[in-house]
Design a protein around this ligand. Structure first.
Ligand code: NAP
Length: 267
């Protein structure tokens, strides 16, 4: 399937593993539209106003980006997407459960009760009857969450109920990532020029045809060469999509151009 953006930047959608969901190889991260405290970007920034967010989202659609990553822990991000997302049905939305960001601090709750309440809250914020992908937002103790918490089984139940189309975890360890690949639909893993630790997770996902979404591909803005960073991530077999957080239209245009160029060379 090809999404033809108005600006002519076609971006071929790819299957997110065997979930039945098709996503663009470049996705949009939305931390910066909802939160500017306790973030690890090179420079401080102001959260963009509604007009700038609307412009950014329109531009993403025009460039062929259909995949958006958000989370309750990203401040007002989910709520703003619910208010401002143009052509809401055209987007694949991925959100998370488990991390709560309040009064400038994160806390974690992976209980069944919190998981269900969190997804229900996300649906209200996003103004949706169901959400495409929900990931458990790991605090770093992946295996403890997997073995001892109820978040994953609650998401599986919510998938059966039709409230969630696919689920998985944003992991921080190889062991946790591999478990998630074996037992769920999608893993979100860190992969960039400085950090190849989670490569075994990506390779296993390729073998088992599961979705791999890469976070921090540009090292949260610290990558020495953006072009080189994109090439490294997108040319890695098994990677479905790279989520890049940007509030700059110029960066978004440049990133889409690089993506298109790199992918044209890999087919
Ligand atoms: P990232 O995508 O590696 O980097 C984002 C940073 O790169 C922003 O500060 C952005 O600044 C800058 N940038 C983007 N394009 C650029 C370009 N062409 N040239 C120069 N700088 C550029 O890192 P991230 O935000 O940490 O991660 C991306 C997304 O992944 C987040 O938005 C979030 O959705 C998700 N994430 C998830 C988790 C998790 O645990 N689940 C953790 C981290 C991130 P400008 O705004 O100025 O473009």
């Amino acid at each position: 399937m090809v999404r033809a953006g108005k600006m002519g930047h076609d971006m071929k959608l790819r299957p997110l593993g065997s979930s039945g969901i098709d996503v663009s190889p470049l996705g949009l991260g939305t931390v910066k539209i909802g939160r500017n405290q306790q973030v690890r970007y090179p420079q401080g920034f102001d959260i963009p106003d509604d007009a700038r967010v609307s412009e950014l989202l329109e531009l993403a659609l025009d460039l062929g980006i259909n995949f958006i990553d958000t989370a309750p822990a990203y401040g007002s991000s989910e709520w703003r997407l619910g208010q401002l997302l143009p052509h809401a049905r055209d987007w694949v939305i991925m959100t998370k459960v488990g991390e709560i960001f309040e009064n400038g601090q994160s806390r974690f709750d992976f209980s069944a009760r919190h998981t269900r309440q969190s997804v229900e809250h996300s649906l209200k914020q996003l103004r949706r009857d169901w959400v495409d992908v929900v990931l458990v937002h790991s605090d770093g103790n992946d295996m403890d969450i997997i073995n001892n918490a109820e978040a994953l089984e609650t998401l599986e139940r919510m998938k059966q109920e039709g409230l969630v189309r696919a689920f998985g975890m944003s992991t921080k360890t190889v062991e946790g990532g591999c478990w998630i690949v074996e037992h769920t639909d999608v893993v979100m893993a860190t992969y960039n020029l400085e950090n190849n630790t989670e490569l075994p997770v990506i390779k296993l996902a390729q073998k088992l045809n599961k979705g791999v979404v890469v976070k921090k591909g540009l090292q949260s803005g610290h990558a020495a060469s953006v072009e080189h960073a994109f090439r490294h991530v997108l040319m890695q077999p098994g990677v479905t999509s790279m989520i890049v957080g940007t509030i700059s239209p110029d960066h978004m245009r440049a990133n889409a151009e690089i993506c298109k160029r790199v992918l044209a060379q890999t087919v």
